[in-house]
Design a protein around this ligand. Structure first.
Ligand code: PBG
Length: 340
């Protein structure tokens, strides 16, 4: 007892009587003082679309994620609307026969992404659509830009990316998401959109996108992994760098980005926090395919509680300062938030 009271005195002397655990006593106190919370309005749901009809095709490395036919994408958009998810992001699995050195299918206004965008806008106009701008689903070498020998030609790539953004905007895309990491592409895409009368089309730039191993399962999903010649380190960022992310974001904002994004997400929360604190810009994070797969794999093994890890991971993005998160968990999170 004396020991205890001596301890108590020592603690009170050290803390001035402050007991931080007081606020953690009850569910209601915890809810009352909670600083950040995930809501359905924070979610962007990435979806993989494929040609043809029929059953959803599982992505082996991403349990619970499928490549959907166009009609099933429309169903997914309805589901997003019914759940209250504001935006879906479309990623195509392009027929290998349509992939070439120059990525020309990217600028075909009847390509899979454009057809799917039109169909969704027709059936479910209240859901926002984000389309990725980059050539990798369309090139035979798997790179996001155009190759000249072993190099990626920045300016020739940007010209194609502008044309890609235009066909997507014409199809009804609401948010253009340049994920290619070419220099100057936001300025050129903004100018191209405005010149075609799409001054209301938003740009969410992948401002700080790192050359990362966490994209592996995504590349399986869109079929670009086995095609990729070399790696993307001459355009995506070096993961040793943090200050450089500030320069990338500053540049994209000056060029006209409406929103900025960091990718990958969970291992890069320091970058999310840095950008959110430094710029008064809506800052998003992409919880990438590899991050999704890690949680799913551990949960499948019974090594962690998948649902709880999912919710905690989303909360971490909000705490770091993200306005929202692109996550393959989006529909599951939305259902969970509804208590379903
Ligand atoms: C394409 C693109 C990639 C991702 C989104 N857009 C892959 C890459 O850059 O190689 C990754 C998404 C994910 O891993 O979930 N430029």
């Amino acid at each position: 007892m004396t020991r205890c009271s001596e301890t108590t005195q020592r603690i009170d002397a050290a803390t001035g009587g402050t007991r931080l655990r007081r606020l953690r006593q009850h569910d209601w106190t915890r809810r009352l003082v909670r600083e950040t919370e995930v809501t359905v309005n924070d979610l962007i749901w990435p979806i993989f679309v494929r040609e043809g009809s029929g059953a959803d095709e599982p992505v082996a490395a991403m349990p619970g994620v499928f490549r959907l036919s166009l009609a099933r994408c429309v169903d997914a958009a309805r589901e997003a609307r019914d759940l209250g998810i504001p935006v879906i992001a479309l990623f195509p699995f392009t027929d290998p026969a349509l992939r070439d050195e120059g990525g020309t299918e990217a600028v075909n206004d009847a390509n899979l992404v454009c057809r799917t965008t039109r169909a969704i806008k027709e059936a479910v106009p209240e859901v926002g659509i984000l389309c990725d701008v980059a050539l990798d689903p369309y090139t035979s070498h798997g790179h996001d830009g155009i190759m000249r020998g072993h190099r990626i030609d920045n300016d020739a790539s940007v010209e194609m990316l502008c044309r890609q953004a235009i066909v997507q905007a014409k199809a009804g895309c609401d948010i253009i998401g340049p994920s290619d990491m070419m220099d100057g592409r936001v300025a050129c895409i903004r100018a191209a959109l405005d010149a075609e009368g799409f001054s209301d089309t938003l740009i969410m730039s992948y401002a700080a996108k790192y050359a990362s191993a966490f994209y592996g399962p995504f590349r399986e999903a869109v079929g670009s992994g086995s095609m990729l010649r070399g790696d993307k380190r001459t355009y995506q960022m070096d993961y040793g760098n943090g200050a450089e992310a500030l320069r990338e974001a500053e540049q994209d904002i000056a060029e006209g980005a409406d929103m900025i994004m960091v990718k990958p997400g969970m291992p890069y929360l320091d970058i999310v926090a840095k950008l959110a604190q430094n710029f008064a810009m809506p800052t998003f994070a992409y919880q990438t395919s590899g991050e999704y797969s890690m949680i799913m794999a551990a949960a499948a093994n019974g090594w962690l509680d998948g649902d709880r890890a999912m919710m905690e991971s989303l909360a971490a993005f909000k705490r770091a300062g993200a306005a929202g998160v692109l996550s393959y968990f989006s529909p599951r999170v939305a259902r969970r938030l509804r208590g379903a």
